[in-house]
Write a protein that binds this ligand. Structure first.
Ligand code: FHN
Length: 478
């Protein structure tokens, strides 16, 4: 039985408009975490934090006063928005999410509602504007990350007291501390609203807002107010895309409301974690945001602390996400001078080189009818199915299991197959059938494909034809 809700989801099922369709087709995105935390880069006075570098204010290695004065040194002389945008374009990113304000409250745009902004650094210029302009010029859509948590605002009381221990009980802690000064919290709410309106006014070309920190206990208690704010933002910016991290319903339920419907436009629960089946996604639109090291979003000088993903790890995750109808977003953490570190540059280049050959398997695709198979992942667009092969079989025969059609008079056939890297047609052999009626095909991997050291894509034409249709199955075999 459905429970009547005033502040639950405003729609059952997916958005069907053109803006959301565009979002769905991105396939690959870039996240950028950049702020004053890039100056210490996880280290201070010879000590290194193992916590995420963008949380450095709470690391215990720096005093609050020291941290809150870092902005006076923020002067990224090497920052070149156009260079970053070109690199993202080469990588194949179709959208970019930028941290306008992380939990520390430092604003990368000259907000008129606080002095804690880029305008009061030696750098002075509006970094958000530089990035929005540069990425938009490259045809990359921009989304603004905005942290609800703001340690710099006096009405957000957790800001002064927060320690690593507090953050383990974040929601409870803020709910209690903000209870103590309701008037203060009202000023914080108004400040947050003003800043969001300011962002959408200053940067009208952005496509959406990417919220974070909304697990904050005080925020979760403001369902009616936050819901009204969401409506106000959507009214002022038609087509605006907002994920499920913005608000809770009146029962404190986040992402899915009390009835299990998705709150707002897409599911933001998959952080550093991919679903393993379509069932796990519940049929919602979703994205997965991923760090390159284990859990570092902002710049950390020392990348020897955890496993650092390879370009192929990230390509595999990108294809997997798209095979399950999600977008994949790779995070970059530039340093305090405005450089994207060499490792990230190299990774972006490798991914871009791969995407330039095989990107059809990622952009504008959806889940294919093929079940997950050991060699990799499959995606589909119309009657084309893309097989992205990560594990080449030792016998160089790639076995494809084609499911039984739901219609008993029809069967699936592979009409032709082509290797993306060589653009050559593949030889397909009959691989037999099993008791369930599934049909197997073996694609012969020729010598030039066998030699490849990287994943590759085979484009196949998978069609449903009438079982009795003359020649349909035989023609598939060469
Ligand atoms: O606490 C943040 C973290 O620093 C980072 O910004 C990520 C990005 O999704 N979000 C939060 C953790 O969920």
């Amino acid at each position: 039985m459905r429970i009547p809700l005033k502040h639950g989801a405003h729609r059952v099922g997916k958005r069907t408009d053109a803006d959301m369709q565009r979002w769905r087709e991105y396939g690959l995105g870039q996240f950028i975490h950049w702020g004053v935390y890039a100056i210490p880069g996880g280290q201070w006075n010879g000590k290194t934090t193992h916590y995420a570098a963008e949380w450095f204010r709470t690391s215990g290695l720096i005093t609050k006063e020291e941290y809150d004065n870092l902005y006076k040194q923020f002067n990224p002389a090497k920052f070149d928005a156009k260079k970053w945008a070109k690199q993202a374009k080469q990588m194949g990113a179709k959208y970019m999410i930028f941290t306008t304000k992380h939990h520390d409250g430092f604003c990368m745009w000259p907000s008129k509602y606080t002095d804690y902004t880029i305008a009061n650094t030696p750098y002075k210029s509006d970094i958000v504007k530089e990035l929005v302009d540069a990425y938009t010029a490259e045809g990359i859509d921009v989304y603004l990350y905005f942290s609800i948590i703001d340690w710099s605002h006096p009405g957000y009381q957790a800001g002064t007291a927060i320690t690593n221990d507090d953050r383990l009980n974040w929601a409870g802690y803020t709910a209690i501390s903000n209870e103590k000064d309701k008037a203060g919290y009202e000023t914080f709410k108004e400040f947050t609203r003003n800043q969001l309106i300011e962002l959408l006014t200053n940067y009208p070309t952005v496509k959406g807002l990417w919220f974070d920190g909304s697990w904050d206990g005080a925020w979760m208690k403001e369902a009616a107010w936050v819901d009204a704010l969401g409506t106000e933002l959507r009214d002022m910016h038609p087509g605006l895309i907002i994920g499920s991290r913005f608000r809770a319903d009146e029962n404190g339920k986040r992402h899915e409301d009390t009835n299990g419907d998705l709150i707002d436009d897409y599911d933001q629960r998959f952080e550093r974690n991919l679903p393993n089946s379509l069932a796990e996604t519940k049929g919602f639109d979703w994205d997965c945001v991923m760090t390159i090291p284990e859990n570092q979003w902002g710049y950390h000088r020392d990348w020897s602390l955890t496993y650092v993903k390879t370009p192929y790890d990230l390509i595999e995750m990108t294809v997997k996400a798209n095979s399950l109808d999600g977008n994949f977003v790779i995070n970059f953490g530039p340093d305090g001078d405005g450089n994207i570190r060499q490792e990230e540059t190299d990774i972006a280049k490798s991914i871009g080189n791969w995407m330039s050959v095989n990107g059809d398997a990622v952009y504008g695709v959806q889940h294919s009818v093929l079940e997950k198979q050991d060699w990799g992942h499959s995606t589909a667009k119309g009657d084309i199915t893309y097989l992205t092969v990560f594990n080449k079989p030792m016998n160089n025969l790639l076995r494809i299991k084609v499911p039984r059609s739901k219609d008993k008079d029809m069967i699936y056939v592979i009409e032709n197959a082509m290797f993306k890297p060589t653009k050559k047609a593949a030889v397909i052999r009959d691989g037999g059938r099993d008791k369930s009626g599934s049909v197997y095909y073996d694609i012969v991997l020729p010598a030039d494909i066998q030699k490849l050291s990287e994943p590759f894509v085979i484009e196949i034409k998978l069609k449903q034809v009438n079982k009795g249709e003359k020649g349909s199955y035989q023609q598939a075999l060469t």
